[in-house]
Design a protein around this ligand. Structure first.
Ligand code: TPP
Ligand code: SF4
Length: 301
């Protein structure tokens, strides 16, 4: 597959100017590139989330691709139904794409997603991960990290590490899992294009910083996403039919061999303002162990 760059990227826009997301929301940037990659040849299905807010309220919308809004727990079931419906009417030109937040994926939507993966249903599932239930004011989710303050962990921060949803999906033996990050939009674009060329359930996780929920200025979104990758907090990779490779910023970090200390990522965000030195060390150890596992996989594949 030929590599896309800033010059060769399509100028067509499927996300129109003006939507209701917060300024600086990484989801706008990620979704813009996801839609460019889909090139209008898709039906999207979305559960309750900030993305439903982006799509807007009927009859007004900021997205030019058809979208089905579903109840919170059932976006993967909705996608499976759309696939069956398109097959029944003989349409082969459209890709069904479920797009949900981490609350709708790691927690409340996981049974429908697991069922669809086990059945090898034929659609792309994209989880944009802002590490909390942000649309309803930042409650803790299965993806919120240890130490993060949220509406439901207001003083000490969350007491557990986050759930590794990508590993869970890989364990379903789906043909393609990938991680992406809104600060690396061309890598994200490329992964959506690759997923479109494959059959079966394809899962893409998109790291999506949230300025009000994480407590950083609207202007710092790209930098926060980059810091996540440079520290090894968020690792960019893909597993295509069992073959693992690091990509984009994570591939560069592996080549240079020196991830930045996780403290730089933590101190840039208000949600970690109450973490103790002990928790900083625990988070660094967690990131280091995770990064080593990915490095070993990259070396042995
Ligand atoms: C069954 C059900 N429970 C709760 C809600 C309220 N609700 C709407 S959006 C939302 C948060 C969604 O969080 P996430 O999936 O992480 O997406 P984000 O808002 O972060 O984009 C919640 C709790 C709902 N719509 N339906
Ligand atoms: S709350 Fe966060 S994820 Fe939701 S629109 Fe605002 S910045 Fe984006």
């Amino acid at each position: 597959m030929s590599q896309v760059n800033a010059v060769s990227l399509t100028e067509k826009e499927y996300l129109l100017p003006g939507n209701r997301l917060c300024p600086g929301c990484a989801l706008s940037l990620a979704y813009r590139h996801i839609l460019k990659a889909l090139d209008g040849r898709a039906i999207i299905t979305v559960p309750a989330s900030c993305l439903t807010v982006l799509h807007g309220m009927y009859p007004v919308t900021s997205v030019t691709v058809p979208c089905v809004n579903t109840p919170f727990a059932s976006v993967a079931a909705s996608a499976a139904g759309l696939v069956a419906g398109l097959k029944a009417v003989g349409r082969t030109d459209l890709t069904v794409v479920a797009v949900a937040g981490d609350g709708g994926t790691h927690d409340i939507g996981i049974q429908a997603l697991s069922g669809a993966a086990e059945r090898h249903d034929d659609f792309i599932y994209i989880c944009y991960d802002n590490e909390g239930y942000m649309n309803t004011g930042n409650q803790r989710s299965g993806s919120s990290p240890l130490g993060a303050i949220s509406g439901t962990t207001p003083i000490l921060g969350k007491r557990q590490h986050q759930k590794d949803i990508v590993a869970i999906m890989e364990a379903h033996a789906v043909p393609y899992v990938a991680t992406a990050n809104a600060s690396y939009p061309l890598d994200l674009y490329q992964k959506v294009r690759k997923a479109m060329s494959m059959v079966g359930l394809r899962f893409i996780h998109v790291y999506s910083p949230c300025p009000p929920g994480w407590g950083f200025p609207f202007s710092a979104t790209i930098r926060i996403g980059e810091l996540a990758v440079q520290t090894g907090w968020n690792v960019l990779y893909e597993v295509e039919n069992g073959v693992f490779q690091l990509t984009a910023g994570s591939e560069s970090v592996a080549r240079k061999g020196n991830p930045t200390h996780v403290r730089e990522f933590l101190t840039a965000q208000g949600r970690f303002s109450n973490v103790t030195e002990e928790t900083v060390q625990e988070l660094q150890d967690w990131v280091t162990a995770k990064w080593q596992r990915y490095l070993e996989r990259a070396r042995s594949s």
